[in-house]
Design a protein around this ligand. Structure first.
Ligand SMILES: Nc1ncnc2c1ncn2[C@@H]1O[C@H](COP(=O)(O)OP(=O)(O)OP(=O)(O)O)[C@@H](O)[C@H]1O
Length: 243
């Protein structure tokens, strides 16, 4: 009998998600099609009977070609979207670094946005205040912290948004291709921080086309092809399929 128990943190069970692609939005055609009782769209399965589990503290890469369903799967895990069938069970607090900065308000200053975004990500005011200097130091935009973020460059915006996200305290981080933006030194710093989060035992699910990066960060790769899981294996074997 095994003496160690691995806690399942994320269970994706027979999940399917269908999208409808509407090709022709002209009113006349919509009216004619509706009158004839025709299906207006072309529906397709973005995720088709997907199932896998992630144990606490695991770092898993979701891999696959463009359009294979990775981001959709991450959105289902984060709860911003629900499956048509099947279910996603999650144990623990989640931080989705999916649309980093989505909660930022352009007319507010960097400082105000740190508080706003921190609250959206589940931190109370005292916690944000205690981590404020650390967040700003990580972003390296101290000089501009009291400037409205609409005057920020896209890189500055990303830096502050990422800094807030990685200073929240979730058990599970969902990370979607965020390292594609930001300059090289900042990317290196983000990577180091993500590695730290992993080493602290947080669970990571990462979507990225940067195969070298995911091989370094993750131990396991789940490969999607046209919305189906075609491999769930050691990250190096999974990455080799995509090269
Ligand atoms: N909200 C939506 N409405 C309709 N179709 C969608 C929607 N979101 C995603 N899709 C479609 O679902 C499929 C899977 O998209 P998804 O973004 O999950 O792929 P991905 O593997 O993350 O791709 P990439 O590597 O290009 O980021 C694509 O064909 C995409 O066009």
């Amino acid at each position: 009998m095994s003496t160690t128990t691995t806690r399942t943190t994320i269970a994706v069970q027979q999940v399917s998600k269908r999208f409808t692609l509407r090709h022709d939005h002209r009113l006349k055609n919509l009216a004619v099609a509706a009158f004839r009782g025709k299906d207006l769209g072309n529906s397709f399965l973005a995720l088709d009977d997907v199932g896998f589990e992630v144990a606490q503290g695991e770092a898993v890469a979701l891999l696959g070609l463009n359009g294979s369903g990775k981001s959709t799967l991450l959105k289902l895990i984060s709860g911003v979207m629900s499956p048509d069938s099947g279910q996603v069970l999650v144990r623990g607090r989640i931080a989705g670094l999916i649309e980093v900065g989505a909660g930022f308000h352009p007319d507010l200053t960097g400082r105000e946005n740190v508080y706003l975004n921190g609250a959206i990500l589940g931190m109370d005011e005292a916690t944000i205040a205690a981590r404020f200097d650390q967040i700003v130091a990580f972003s390296e935009i101290e000089r501009f912290i009291d400037t409205e973020v609409k005057f920020y460059s896209s890189g500055m915006f990303l830096r502050l948004a990422f800094a807030v996200a990685v200073h929240t305290d979730p058990e599970i981080f969902l990370i979607d291709e965020i390292l594609a933006v930001g300059d090289a030194p900042f990317q290196a710093k983000c990577l180091a921080r993500i590695r730290e989060l992993r080493d602290e035992g947080r669970t990571l699910v990462i979507v990225s086309h940067d195969l070298d990066m995911v091989s370094q960060l993750c131990s396991r790769g789940v490969v999607l092809e046209h919305g189906r899981v075609v491999a769930d294996e050691d990250v190096h074997a999974a990455v080799a399929r995509l090269r």
